[in-house]
Design a protein around this ligand. Structure first.
Ligand SMILES: Nc1ncnc2c1ncn2[C@@H]1O[C@H](COP(=O)(O)OP(=O)(O)OP(=O)(O)O)[C@@H](O)[C@H]1O
Ligand SMILES: [Mg+2]
Length: 311
């Protein structure tokens, strides 16, 4: 039956195919990774560390992003798995927030793989949620639905509340990479602090030749883009005039470790990639000429911004 608003008017719904369309805004996988790190370091979450790894579960390669930030309540997790909801636009902390649109998690995670599980603990409650193109396809869903299951953090007993039913648990166990309630609890336990979030992404994107688009093998402490992508990239950068013919592609384009080392002007969260800390390079300190400018946008309270020019 069609769901109606409180005005008795039909609610809009979202086609499962939108999950893929929406992810195409990321033409490069590393910008999708950045979305997940932004979320961990944003005000309100404030993770001190985020661990990025690639692991095998039931013989399938999975990406994991584990942070020790604030974690989420079941309602917050539902907003995370919905579109356009963000609380970062108001209040003092919003000045330092990277997130703005309530879309980065969806576009970023679905760019990296077809399916994601989110395990989150916020003190008192631990909740798992599923955003999965495979699940929606398996059940021939007409609209995006997101199974969410909360457990009591002390007793591990399922919280039964409206919208968080045993049907959600059954859907996760039948259609995700996790096959038992015990496994779910093991993932909560692998978050190293009382609060925090772990994102598990599988069915990771592959090229036409069947190989994963990210190369996990040639450097065991990095995620790299394979040579074949680099040629395409080089051509694109040369055509756009970003790269001169005699120049090589800077390593930040193909090494996630190099990219993350310069991603933030003021890093707030330590990134640990495959067990090894990413050393942040302060770009402003490595430039030959630095010029300060004052940026005063008309549309909001004035604040200063640092513009840096390199020669
Ligand atoms: N690792 C995390 N820990 C706790 N809360 C999170 C985490 N990741 C996302 N969230 C919550 O989910 C919400 C939605 O995240 P999403 O990235 O989709 O949007 P956003 O960060 O608000 O905006 P943007 O689209 O600009 O990234 C966030 O506003 C935040 O409340
Ligand atoms: Mg975000």
């Amino acid at each position: 039956m069609a769901r109606l608003s409180e005005h008795g008017i039909r609610l809009s719904s979202m086609s499962p195919s939108f999950l893929n369309s929406n992810s195409t805004s990321h033409t490069w996988p590393f910008s999708a990774v950045a979305e997940l790190i932004d979320n961990a370091s944003d005000p309100g979450v404030c993770a001190k560390q985020i661990w990025i790894d690639v692991v095998k579960i039931s013989d399938e390669l999975c990406l994991t992003f584990t942070d020790n930030g604030s974690g989420m309540t079941p309602n917050k997790l539902h907003k995370m798995l919905s579109f356009g909801f963000t609380e970062k636009g108001s209040g003092k902390a919003s000045q330092n927030a990277i997130g703005l649109y309530g879309n980065g998690f969806k576009s970023g995670s679905m760019r990296l793989g077809r399916d994601a599980l989110i395990f989150t603990k916020n003190g008192g409650c631990q909740t798992v949620g599923l955003l999965s193109q495979t699940y929606l396809q398996n059940i021939k869903a007409q609209a995006v639905i997101v199974p969410i299951v909360p457990f009591n953090q002390q007793t591990n007993i399922l919280f039964k509340r409206e919208g968080y039913s045993e049907a959600s648990l059954a859907a996760i166990l039948e259609h995700s990479i996790i096959k038992s309630q015990e496994e779910i609890l093991t993932h909560f336990d692998s978050i190293p602090s009382k609060k925090g979030t772990k994102i598990l992404i599988w069915n990771i994107r592959r090229a036409k030749d069947g190989k994963t688009e990210i190369d996990f093998d040639s450097d065991s402490s990095d995620f790299r883009l394979p040579e074949i992508h680099l040629e395409e990239l080089k051509q694109g950068l040369r055509n756009s005039g970003t790269l001169r013919p005699e120049q090589n592609i800077p390593d930040m384009y193909y090494s996630l470790r190099a990219y993350l080392s310069i991603l933030y002007l003021k890093p707030r969260t330590q990134v640990i990639l495959r067990g090894k800390k990413v050393l942040a390079k302060l770009v402003s300190k490595s430039l030959t000429h630095i010029e300060h400018d004052v940026y005063k946008p008309q549309f909001s309270v004035s604040f200063c911004h640092l513009l840096i020019f390199s020669s």
